[in-house]
Write a protein that binds this ligand. Structure first.
Ligand SMILES: N[C@@H](CCC(=O)N[C@@H](CS)C(=O)NCC(=O)O)C(=O)O
Length: 196
């Protein structure tokens, strides 16, 4: 889904690792996504989905990242660092995405307009600033989320964080360490923008 941060995580990883893949666009509220769902190609009803050459289907953006990055430098060899990486990836789905991505979706997708109330937007703004505050505190004095170097955790959290201001309406001036971390990722060889 070209406008989706969850889909972008996968596109960014493919580009950073220079992995070949055919991208099939299924934008929100289009015939293409309805057809993919009807054809049984979205195991959990959502995108992204990775389809292997064997025809096996893998849903969930973070599971796809873990599968595609096996053996690469983006999965730490040290078991504790690897567990820290997965902790951030669970946190992204548990805490971050359901607030930061949801506020962006409410503001940007006409299909979600009927779900918008001023109270809901205000609550998501407040909770989002708290969540971003946690990332800010962690990234102050560190280059990457996990000790030992860049990992999938950075790709995963970058997806919705780097557009939090533009799409979500969050005040990123409050979070200089996050802005420096975003610039670090955007400078990586093979980096691809959300709308490339
Ligand atoms: N936890 C899932 C979330 C997937 C998800 O919510 N996908 C959205 C796009 S971000 C989607 O499929 N939207 C279209 C729809 O629901 O019809 C993941 O990380 O892949």
């Amino acid at each position: 889904m070209p406008s989706s941060g969850n889909s972008y995580k996968v596109r960014l990883l493919l580009s950073l690792l220079d992995l070949p893949c055919e991208i099939v666009d299924c934008e929100d509220a289009t015939l293409e996504i309805a057809q993919a769902r009807a054809d049984g190609r979205l195991p959990f009803g959502k995108v992204p989905v990775l389809e292997l050459d064997s025809g096996r289907l893998l849903p969930e953006s973070n599971a796809i990242l873990l599968y595609l990055a096996q053996g690469s430098h983006l999965i730490p060899a040290d078991p504790f660092h690897q567990a820290q990486m997965t902790a951030w990836m669970f946190w992204e789905q548990n805490q971050h995405e359901g607030v930061i991505a949801v506020r962006a979706a409410l503001r940007n997708y006409p299909s979600r307009a009927h779900l918008v109330t001023p109270e809901r937007l205000a609550d998501l703004l407040d909770r989002g600033h708290q969540i971003l505050g946690m990332m800010e505190q962690h990234l102050s004095g560190r280059d990457w989320l996990v000790d030992g170097g860049m990992s999938l955790a950075d790709i995963c959290l970058y997806a919705y964080t780097h557009t939090a201001e533009e799409r979500g309406g969050y005040d990123m001036a409050r979070f200089p360490a996050i802005r420096r971390w975003c610039a670090r990722i955007a400078a990586l060889p093979g980096y691809q923008e959300l709308f490339a």
